[in-house]
Design a protein around this ligand. Structure first.
Ligand code: ADP
Ligand code: MG
Length: 258
C-alpha cells in the first residue's frame, strides 16, 4: 500500500509546527522504522497517517486515496496497547470485529448469530497464531506485558489490515520478550503482506526492524532524512557488521539532529 505525505504541515499550536512542508513516500509492503528523540513528532506522524489527525496543509494519500478520516484497513497499535481491562483476552481480540459488525451500514444493527460465530472463529484463529490460547479467558491485568502486546496485535490483525502502524510497541518489554515479538511481527508482516511502520526511540530496534529508517528531529521537521538498511530482519542480522554500522550511523546522526 503506497503511502505518501505531500508537503504536510501540522502543529498543535500554529506558531510551532511539528511538520513543515514535509514529504515522505512509503512503497507497498515496505518495513519502516521511524526514530527520533522524545517529543519530535513520532506519534503525531502515526496519527496523521491513520487519519486521526488532519494536516493543516498538504495531503496524506494511502493507495491513491486522500485520507480525511480513519481508514478501515489501517491498523494502529497504540503505545499502551489500548486493551479494555474489564474484558478477557478473547473479548479484547473480538473488539474491533464487534464494533464493525454492531455499527454496520445502518449504524444500529446488532450482529446475527452467524456473524457472532464468524467473529469468534476469527478471534480464535488469531489467538492461536499469537500463542494466547492458554490466557484467552484471562483479563489484561492477569497477563504479562508481552501477552498484552500479543493481544493487541491479534485484535488488530483480526481486522485484516494492509497497513500496520505501531507506536513504540516493544518499549516496555524485557529483552528476550522484545526480541521474540520483534521477530514475530516481521513474520506476520511478510505473511499478511502488510506495509509496516514501526515507531521507536531505540537505535538498536530501528536498525533491527527497519529496512528503511526515517529520522525525525527537533520540530519543525522539514527535511526527510532516510537511512537505508536493506539487511534488516534477516537471520543473524544482529551479529553482522552492517547492523553495527547502521547503529553507529544512527547514533551520530541523532546526536546531530537533537
Ligand atoms: P513523540 O511521539 O516523538 O514523543 P509526539 O508526536 O507525541 O512526539 O509530540 C510532538 C510534540 O507535540 C511534543 O512537543 C508534544 O508535547 C506536542 N504535543 C503532542 N500532543 C499534543 C497535544 N494534544 N496538544 C499540544 N501539544 C501536543
Ligand atoms: Mg510518542
Amino acid at each position: 500500500m503506497t503511502i505518501e505525505l505531500h508537503s504536510i504541515t501540522y502543529g498543535y499550536i500554529e506558531t510551532l509546527p511539528i511538520f513543515k512542508d514535509f514529504q515522505w513516500r512509503v512503497e507497498d509492503g515496505e518495513t519502516w522504522a521511524v526514530i527520533g528523540p522524545s517529543g519530535c513528532g513520532k506519534s503525531t506522524l502515526l496519527y496523521l497517517l491513520a487519519g486521526i489527525r488532519q494536516p493543516d496543509a498538504g495531503e496524506v494519500v494511502v493507495k491513491g486515496e486522500t485520507i480525511t478520516r480513519p481508514r478501515p484497513r489501517t491498523g494502529l497499535i497504540l503505545q499502551d496497547y489500548g486493551l479494555l481491562p474489564w474484558e478477557t483476552v478473547h473479548q479484547n481480540v473480538t473488539l474491533g470485529l464487534r464494533v464493525r459488525e454492531f455499527y454496520g451500514p445502518d449504524g444500529t444493527h446488532a450482529p446475527s448469530d452467524e456473524e457472532v460465530r464468524e467473529i469468534n472463529a476469527r478471534a480464535d484463529h488469531w489467538i492461536a497464531r499469537l500463542g494466547l490460547e492458554n490466557v484467552a479467558g484471562q483479563y489484561p491485568g492477569q497477563i504479562s506485558g508481552g501477552q498484552r502486546q500479543r493481544t493487541a496485535i491479534a485484535r488488530t490483525l483480526a481486522l485484516n489490515p494492509d497497513v500496520l502502524l505501531m507506536d513504540e510497541p516493544f518499549a516496555s518489554l524485557d529483552a528476550p520478550t522484545r526480541e521474540n515479538l520483534q521477530k514475530l511481527v516481521l513474520q506476520l508482516q511478510a505473511e499478511q503482506q502488510m506495509t509496516a511502520i514501526i515507531v521507536t526511540h531505540s537505535i538498536e530496534e530501528a536498525a533491527f526492524l527497519g529496512k528503511k529508517i526515517l529520522l525525525l528531529g527537533k520540530p519543525p521537521n522539514w527535511q526527510t532524512q532516510v537511512i537505508a538498511n536493506p539487511g534488516a530482519g534477516g537471520d543473524d542480522y544482529l551479529n553482522s557488521p552492517a547492523y553495527l554500522d547502521v547503529c553507529n550511523h544512527l547514533r551520530l546522526t541523532l546526536e546531530a539532529v537533537i
